[in-house]
Design a protein around this ligand. Structure first.
Ligand SMILES: Cc1cc2nc3c(=O)[nH]c(=O)nc-3n(C[C@H](O)[C@H](O)[C@H](O)COP(=O)(O)O)c2cc1C
Length: 362
């Protein structure tokens, strides 16, 4: 979980408890990422993963169906309008909008070199499929390579590129949708039917993600054919998570009306708790399929506002990422949460087995 949420302490704690923790490479500079990897290794001998954002520039380059280069040179049609819409937020927080760089690959080349050098056990990707050469390089370094998909079509692309396993992310999930640009996200197919659709398309290990908050839900996705469950929001409230204290509190605060998916904060659809910023700006934000893509330009534009909001202790313009099950977040140490989830899943599986057994006198 990017943005400082997946701390080395969180990754080490869940790894030592028998789960697989992921560091976030997204938004982290290569030196910071290297320090995080070394810190996890200092705290735990357990395997761990690193999650990497596939840059839009790279993903566009793998999809020649649309002319992205000329589009990038022109001022995006949505940019002026959205800048104007954000002016009131600039005034409210006393900041100026950020400046999007012409091209932002989030240190893609440096991070891949670092991951190969550090021989990270699992490397996962989101926002697109890494090129086959990248997959080969990570395989040569001994890494298992995982993609994030939100449709059967994306799953097919990843398997054709040689990825070993897929995280199937349902629309219930907190945080950014992992869908590949330039197409809009694949609608609202819920996690269980999505798992079945992806299973029908490809034959690799599937990791289910989205709205899973307790062990019974973990058991449900394992029963549906996933080899593992991936939980984000459930771990936000743990003491090891680097989420802001206001974010942790908001997850279980009934004052928040629930979650929604919006492009308003970063230009890419993501699920958050609804706050004032989203209520005001969602309707004015660029569409998910804006050309050229609005992510990461909008991420850079709104960053000063989000930082100022957090610094002021005001959750109204913070990015309160949360999945649909957020109210069920538990304030438990991460290792204890892993234990509880495993026990709940085993219990749910036992109940299911009993319910499925034929009656004794049949
Ligand atoms: C705060 C937060 C940050 C996230 N950051 C990332 C990320 O950097 N990379 C990624 O692939 N997914 C990220 N996700 C999505 C998770 O990988 C996962 O799909 C999601 O948390 C599952 O849904 P849940 O939150 O309902 O458990 C993030 C989710 C949250 C809540």
């Amino acid at each position: 979980m990017a943005g400082g949420v997946s701390t080395p302490a969180l990754v080490a704690a869940v790894g030592s408890a028998g789960a697989l923790g992921f560091l976030a490479a997204g938004y982290r500079d290569p030196d910071g990422l290297r320090a995080d990897i070394r810190e996890v290794r200092a705290q735990s001998a357990a395997p761990f993963g690193v999650n990497v954002f596939v840059p839009a520039d790279l993903t566009d380059a793998t999809d020649r169906s649309e002319p992205t280069e000329p589009a990038r040179l022109a001022e995006p049609a949505w940019l002026g309008g959205y800048r104007a819409a954000l002016a009131a937020e600039e005034r409210r927080y006393g900041v100026s909008l950020g400046t999007p760089p012409a091209i932002d690959t989030d240190h893609w080349d440096e991070k891949l070199a670092l991951l190969a050098e550090e021989r990270v056990p699992v490397v996962s990707f989101t926002f697109g499929c890494p090129p086959g050469a990248v997959v080969d390089r990570l395989h040569a370094a001994g890494s298992c390579v995982v993609g994030t998909v939100t449709s059967g079509r994306e799953a097919r692309v990843c398997v054709d590129a040689g990825l070993d396993a897929l995280c199937v992310q349902g629309p219930e999930a907190g945080g950014h949708r992992g869908s590949f640009p330039p197409r809009p996200p694949a609608g609202e197919v819920g996690l269980l039917p999505l798992l079945a659709l992806v299973r029908d398309e490809v034959d690799v290990d599937l990791i289910a993600a989205g709205g899973l908050m307790d062990g019974a839900s973990v058991a449900a996705v394992l029963a549906a054919g996933a080899c593992a469950a991936q939980l984000g929001t459930a771990f936000l409230g743990t003491p090891e998570s680097g989420a802001h204290a206001l974010h942790k509190a908001a997850l279980v605060d009934p004052a928040f009306p629930g979650t929604t998916v919006t492009t308003a904060f970063t230009g890419r659809p993501a699920r958050y708790l609804v706050n004032r910023f989203i209520e005001t700006l969602d309707a004015l934000a660029p569409p998910a399929d804006a050309r050229p893509p609005a992510y990461p330009a909008v991420h850079h534009l709104t960053l000063p506002i989000r930082r100022a909001s957090a610094a002021a202790g005001d959750p109204d313009a913070m990015t309160l990422f949360a999945g649909q099950g957020h109210r069920l977040a538990r304030d438990l140490p991460a290792a204890r949460l892993v234990e509880v989830l495993a026990a709940e899943a085993a219990q749910a599986a036992a109940v299911m087995t009993r319910r499925l057994a034929p009656p004794a006198d049949a």
